[in-house]
Design a protein around this ligand. Structure first.
Ligand code: ADP
Ligand code: ASP
Ligand code: MG
Length: 424
């Protein structure tokens, strides 16, 4: 009997009843003879509530203190879960990320795990205890300060621990029955995907399918760790994120399209009237890079023959909008652009599928579906296995549903169930 790492998301431990229900599941796994390491998120929407609270005392809280505050959410749920397990007659010991040996860099709010040294977890397991670890947090190697891994980061804690401890599988328990062909909150006829490759899951996660944190999928691929995504509210089979071996792949007809993802967390900036000269784009993007801003889509229009000026648009996380505008302001004189436009009422819709590489006509069908649904496309970007468009935020639901149907992804029978969570 091997070691299993189980991660329970905030919606699974939203209240005392949830904590007790999860404790039962953990004990059942323990009774099956497995060693169990559990990673737990903060209860319900409590991370959002802590952020709201911080905003009320300071519009720009220092990163160190914000991380200190947010990690408290996971400390509450880890201790409660350990108590609930003890109440069922099994030993459980809770650990903060730092105690569990999750070592990170020192970038507050989006720290990267650089090492995992789970000595205390091993000791707990050897003593026959269930180890409970607070997700989404670590300790900086340099500053020794407490860090967080970014929103949704508990998934990454789970995979990192699973890889470091050599677990059989990393189970991610959430409020839906696995990874679906679209967010079940938007498309009730979405289908469960029984198995998805790391590559496709990476694109889905990067495109906004928040069921798994992007870094956790990167980590799992690097270490070949299988992730089993399933509901903590049901016993349905869920989704395996893993690559098929050659024999399995030959037996199974892989669909052309894995699914449709959407993302409402980005904003769009247009730099208007950029002189058409060598080096202008370099100056603009260097200023944004210096401000530590991650850009997503970038589009430059052809310059007008009369003015010899062009517009450059790009998308970025909404929370970085203010910093980006300030950084661009500082280079206005050097670049000589005319003005800036900021728009946070946008959404991104992406179609993901490894079959795009070899099947022509995917783009045509995608854009026809959007046109038939009356959705205007503002920006387009592609990778080898993804097409993404920026549309009005109010068009996102219609666009997702239209594209989902156009690729025949709707399921005829079972409706996708959402068991909990607020979708926040
Ligand atoms: P947890 O609290 O368990 O970490 P999250 O809210 O982070 O849960 O992730 C689960 C949510 O992800 C689901 O409730 C669902 O609304 C959303 N989601 C988005 N895209 C997908 C998808 N393709 N398949 C399943 N869930 C998705
Ligand atoms: N509690 C953190 C968040 O809400 C981490 C997580 O849930 O994975 O983002
Ligand atoms: Mg999550």
């Amino acid at each position: 009997m091997g070691l299993v790492v189980q991660k329970y998301g905030g919606s699974s431990v939203a209240d005392a009843e949830g904590v007790k229900r999860v404790a039962q599941r953990i004990v059942a796994t323990r009774k099956d003879g497995h060693d169990v390491v559990v990673v737990v998120s903060a209860m319900g929407d409590s991370t959002d509530e802590l952020i709201d609270l911080a905003q009320q005392v300071s519009p720009l809280p220092p990163g160190r203190e914000l991380d200190m505050l947010l990690t408290a959410g996971e400390r509450i749920s880890m201790a409660l879960l350990a108590m609930a397990i003890a109440n069922l007659g099994f030993e459980a010991r809770s650990f903060t990320g730092s105690q569990a040996g999750v070592i990170t860099d020192s970038v507050h709010g989006k720290a990267r795990i650089i090492d995992v040294t789970p000595g205390r977890i091993r000791t707990a397991l050897e003593a026959g205890a269930v180890a409970i670890v607070a997700g989404f947090q670590g300790v900086s190697q340099d500053t020794k300060d407490i860090t967080t891994l970014g929103r949704g980061g508990s998934d990454t804690t789970a995979v990192a621990l699973a890889a470091s401890l050599g677990a059989q599988v990393c189970e991610v328990y959430t409020d839906v029955d696995g990874v679906f062909t679209a967010d079940p909150r938007i498309v009730r006829s979405a289908r469960r995907i029984p198995q998805i490759s790391y590559e496709e899951m990476l694109e889905m996660a990067a495109s906004g399918a928040k069921v798994l944190h992007l870094r956790c999928v990167e980590y799992a691929r690097r270490y070949g760790m299988a992730i089993h995504v399933r509901s903590s509210f049901s016993t349905l089979p869920g989704t395996y994120v893993t690559d098929l071996d050659e024999e399995e792949a030959a037996d199974m007809e892989q669909p052309i399209i894995a699914g449709v993802a959407h993302d409402r967390s980005e904003a769009k900036i247009t730099v208007v009237g950029v002189p058409d000269k060598v080096g202008e784009a370099a100056t603009i993007f260097q200023a944004l890079a210096d401000a530590q801003i991650n850009l997503d889509m970038i589009v430059q229009n052809v310059s007008s023959a009369t003015t010899r000026r062009t517009d450059i648009s790009f998308t970025l996380p909404t929370e970085a909008g203010g910093r980006a505008l300030a950084a661009l302001d500082r280079v206005q004189a050097a670049v000589g652009y005319r003005s800036l436009q900021y728009d946070d009422q946008i959404g991104k819709v992406s179609l993901v599928g490894a079959g795009m590489r070899t099947h022509p006509g995917v783009s045509a069908r995608f854009f026809t579906a959007l046109a038939d649904a009356g959705v205007n496309v503002e920006l387009i970007s592609t990778s080898e296995i993804r097409i993404s468009v920026v549309v009005r935020g109010s068009d996102v639901d219609d666009a997702v549903a239209a594209v989902h149907s156009a690729f025949g992804l709707d399921s005829a029978d079972v409706e996708a169930v959402v068991y909990g969570g607020s979708g926040r």
